[in-house]
Design a protein. Structure first.
Lengths: 479, 492
């Protein structure tokens, strides 16, 4: 059979770190990057006799995420223990949720190249993160760092509704932007605060039964997720085409070799012995509580997008890009408030800012300047203080060392030359240096004008006002 | 005056009248510990030097008026599964042989706030699993009434130390009878409070939904006083209930007229020792004389309590004891080739046989494929047990049973038969399963002079009712005046 005769089926388990100030079951800070084991206490170290106390903010954030993805919120939920041994898991069980998650039956809409598609969300539950193991460069063993132990997570499990890497990426981006909009997670993939495990299976097109799935872990960018899925689809089809059977197993994606590897063998199949955590009381939520959280939900990307289409007449494509990230969207709206020029701000974000983000592999949240500074940049161009080509330089400077654009151009001497006398002087000098161009122009070659303006811009390092140059060259040439 | 025979409220009176000084009291107890420890073997860690110094300090502060409080300078003993900052907390296990907690349990903080002096950490069955204190890794505690007999367990060190006058009172913990049964065996008063009345923060967990800390004392008045000190909501333990504070000494009225006492016939059937049964019947007569009403009724679900208890307790224990993995604290095997072996050897060598037995049992009942048949079923039975007790408390104020079907048994007689050992909990476990308060008080001795315990069970948060019932009985029969431990028997 041909590859085209197969269909891939994907479902995702996304773990998003919640941006609460303290951990889920004790009062330790959740900051990233502190020295090992400095953000711990007897509770997250699992000292004998300690007990967990559920951080109410974690419930609130998870309920927010549930409401923003159209989930039903459970009025009666609980915490369960997932038992297994690993040195980064100090209690030897993870407190998670098993059969009564906080949120169930939600959905997320994506826009694929073939149109709109709804991806079902099976459940969202709360759980604690584990610590991490560092290789000991001196002793040759492993060192346990429990700073991350107890950092709150939500796990968002999708239905197996995804059929392509394009859909997977769109779903993840949409989910990420929703979580950013409602400000429950900063979703930094590099720091692991937004990570996805992918379940993949293949089946013959037209089959209604799902194939055996494998679960892939350890992908930390959209690119590696796409690569891993493509690799795994090919591998599974190969196995089937060669008469083999897919084993249900967990695979680890290796970014360097571009392959997946089995994490544990079948004999080792984990039995997590889930049971309700007797140290924690049931989570009972009132209608009033849920209603109050509903009221605090901010405008979500879908509704912002509609507004941009109607209010600012953005194209569907641009509106999608801008609303894909709360940070871009906030930047857009903030800059418009300053400069009142939506079209220009849109152009900056869609072209130059997006390009720089791509080139430097930076996420929108990491943009160092603020909307006020972008707005001022637009104003400087609109007023003619600088040219748009200088504007690009100012933008680069904003990425490098963000400060007031006015300060930047003063400091760098980038203010546009708009003085008629000065412009005239430049024009005359260029004409003197390029007699051939004058002759060309007079012979009807209009291109010569462009060349002359270009020369003038070059000599003034882009500072001359291009419209004035144009006008003055024409005047002189017609003489 | 023999200081170590006095109750705490008697000590308080003598301090108040200046008949005694704090240093006199602590000296009497440290002397007594030095004298009796070789026979009784109640302590894992003694703090006699520390206590002596503390007594001097506290006495000076009290004299200078810097501190006051009716409990300042009163000594206590602590079961060795409650975390004490800077002092070893071993749970009588090789696993925690050298473990020093970096924090104090909430109950310990409460005692420290009163300037109560810790005389030491008391022996127990390893991780509170057992009914004779023979499963301690360190030593076998002996019953002061007969040194060849067990003190009961798991709070055997606490009960024996109180009975032997080595501490005026002690804290124990009770998961299936671990306060009441040893109290019964040692002729002292043991109270298991309602689940949720006392914070469990800092109590090394055995079975979280059943564990409760409680007082082991010489008499009921002391029990009420110690309960006053440890009861109350703690935000570090979300299963502790936020209720209004009560002074439990206020309910001790020495009057049970009209009190309705239910006697479940199932607790007096097969397996109960004849002398125990007779003593309990005598106790019922005494209650009638005191004006209480006694009625027999059926609590047939109790038959299933023991099985239910062992499933739930072992399931929770198998998870709770996972943290003892040799990674961060506690025992770690000397040699291991890889992580798996590190776990396997550390846990095999660090835990005793009974603890391992229960971990295996608990792991089994939680395993996929068995969960529904065991753990889930046990939880359903648990609900039924609660319901039957609720029904009973619509009719009765108090339920009266033996604390244990027998008196203290010989050391070594049951250690090779786990099932028989489990049966020593038969009268007490249902109280934990239902989360109710229960108190054991002595009601007589058998022909060998061994104490017999009576258990009074109350409705949730009705500690006052059972304390008053126990107090009234105690005032009538005056057990302490009539019976004293003999320290008979030798080392076998």
């Amino acid at each position: 059979m041909l590859r085209e005769d197969y269909e891939a089926v994907m479902g995702l388990e996304v773990h998003a770190e919640l941006s609460t100030k303290t951990t889920i079951f004790c009062a330790c800070p959740t900051n990233f990057g502190a020295s090992p084991n400095t953000q711990t206490c007897p509770i997250c170290m699992a000292m004998p006799g300690t007990l967990p106390v559920l951080n109410e903010k974690v419930v609130e954030y998870a309920v927010k995420a549930g409401l923003a993805t159209g989930c039903d919120i459970s009025r009666d939920s609980k915490n369960d223990r997932k038992n297994y041994f690993y040195p980064d898991l100090p209690k030897s069980y993870q407190i998670s949720q098993y059969d009564k998650p906080l949120c169930e039956h939600g959905k997320i809409e994506i826009e694929t190249s073939e149109g709109k598609k709804t991806i079902g969300i099976t459940r969202i539950h709360i759980e604690e993160d584990a610590g991490k193991l560092n290789h000991d460069e001196f002793g040759g063993g492993s060192l346990v760092d429990l700073n991350r132990a107890g950092v709150p997570l939500i796990e968002i499990v999708s239905e197996p509704d995804l059929r392509s890497t394009e859909e997977v990426e769109l779903y993840l981006k949409k989910l990420k932007s929703v979580l950013e909009y409602i400000e429950v997670s900063d979703c930094k993939m590099q720091e692991g605060s937004f990570r996805a495990d992918v379940n993949v299976s293949v089946r013959k097109k037209g089959d209604s039964k799902l194939g055996t799935r494998t679960e892939m872990k350890n992908m930390n960018s959209f690119r590696s997720i796409t690569r891993a899925i493509e690799y795994e689809i090919d591998r599974q089809i190969d196995v089937i085409e060669n008469g083999g059977k897919i084993e249900q197993e967990t695979l680890r994606w290796d970014e360097v070799s571009g392959k997946t590897f089995s994490m544990r063998d079948k004999e080792d199949a984990q039995d997590y012995r889930y049971f309700p955590d007797p140290d924690l009381v049931a989570i009972k939520l009132s209608e009033e509580y849920i209603e109050n959280i509903k009221k605090t939900l901010p405008e979500l990307p879908e509704s912002r997008k509609q507004r941009y289409l109607e209010e600012y007449k953005l194209s569907e494509k641009d509106a999608n890009i801008i609303t894909s990230s709360k940070y871009l969207s906030d930047l857009f709206e903030g800059a418009i408030e300053v400069c009142n020029n939506p079209k220009a701000v849109n152009n900056w974000i869609i072209s130059d800012i997006s390009r720089i983000l791509n080139e430097t592999e930076t996420e929108p949240i990491e943009i160092p300047f603020d909307s006020n500074q972008l707005g001022k940049l637009v104003i400087l161009i609109d007023k003619g203080t600088i040219s748009s080509s200088i504007g690009k330089k100012v933008l680069e400077e904003l990425f490098e060392n963000p400060r007031d654009p006015e300060e930047i151009i003063k400091e760098k001497g980038w203010i546009q030359i708009s003085d008629e006398g000065e412009i005239k002087e430049i024009v005359l000098k260029i004409l003197e240096e390029n007699p051939q161009s004058i002759a060309d122009y007079k012979a009807g070659k209009d291109r010569a004008l462009g060349f002359l303006v270009g020369q003038a811009m070059k000599q003034t390092k882009g500072k001359a006002n291009p419209q004035m140059l144009n006008k003055m060259f024409l005047e002189e040439l017609k003489k | 005056m023999n200081i170590t025979e006095l109750t705490v409220h008697e000590l308080q009176e003598k301090l108040k009248n200046k008949e005694l000084k704090i240093t006199d009291i602590v000296k009497a107890y440290t002397d007594r510990i030095n004298e009796k420890e070789k026979d009784v073997q109640a302590f894992v860690t003694t703090l006699t030097d520390e206590a002596t110094n503390q007594a001097k300090e506290i006495e000076e502060k009290v004299n200078s008026g810097e501190i006051s409080g009716e409990f300042a300078g009163i000594p206590i003993g602590i079961k060795d599964n409650m975390c004490t900052k800077g002092v070893k907390t071993t749970c009588s296990s090789r696993m925690l042989e050298n473990f020093v907690a970096p924090y104090d349990a909430t109950v310990i903080e409460n005692l420290n706030n009163e300037n109560i002096i810790d005389l030491g950490k008391l022996n127990m069955d390893e991780f509170a699993m057992g009914g004779s204190t023979e499963y301690s890794y360190f030593k076998k505690t002996r019953n002061p009434w007969n040194l060849n007999k067990v003190p009961g367990g798991s709070s055997g060190g606490s009960a024996a130390a109180v009975a032997a006058g080595m501490v005026p009172w002690a804290l124990g913990s009770d998961t299936g009878g671990s306060i009441r049964q040893p109290a019964s065996f040692c002729g002292v008063v043991g109270l298991k409070p309602t689940y949720g009345l006392i914070s469990r923060y800092g109590l090394v967990a055995f079975a979280s939904s059943l564990d409760q800390i409680g007082p082991i004392t010489k008499d009921v008045y002391d029990s009420a006083m110690l309960l006053n000190l440890i009861a109350g909501h703690d935000e570090k333990d979300t299963t502790s209930i936020d209720r209004e504070k009560v002074d439990y000494t206020k309910c001790l009225k020495n009057d049970v007229k009209g009190l309705k006492i239910g006697v479940p016939k199932e607790f007096f059937g097969e397996g109960i020792n004849k002398e125990v049964k007779e003593a309990l019947e005598q106790a019922m007569e005494t209650y009638k004389e005191l004006g209480a009403e006694i009625e027999e009724f059926s609590l047939d679900i109790a038959e299933y309590s023991l099985a239910t208890y062992y499933i739930i307790a072992c399931a929770e224990a198998s998870s709770n004891l996972g943290r003892f993995d040799g990674i961060r604290y506690g025992y770690r095997a000397k040699e291991y080739k890889n992580l798996r072996e590190l776990y396997k050897k550390s846990r095999s060598e660090g835990f005793g046989a009974e603890v391992k037995r229960r971990i295996i049992l608990g792991t089994y009942v939680l395993s996929s494929g068995y969960y529904d048949a065991y753990y889930k079923k046990a939880q359903q039975v648990r609900t039924l047990v609660m319901e039957q007790f609720e029904e009973a408390f619509e009719k009765y104020d108090v339920i009266l049973t033996p604390t244990s079907p027998t008196v203290a048994f010989d050391i070594g007689s049951k250690t090779n038969n786990p099932l028989e050992m489990y049966l020593t909990d038969i009268c007490t476990v249902s109280v934990n399963i239902a989360g109710l308060p229960g108190i054991s008080i002595p009601c007589g001795v058998d022909s060998q002079g061994m104490p017999i315990g009576m258990q009074l069970i109350g409705n949730k948060f009705c500690e006052e009712t059972i304390l008053n019932a126990a107090y009234t009985f105690e005032q009538k029969i005056k057990f302490r005046e009539n019976h004293k431990p003999t320290f008979e028997g030798g080392i076998n």
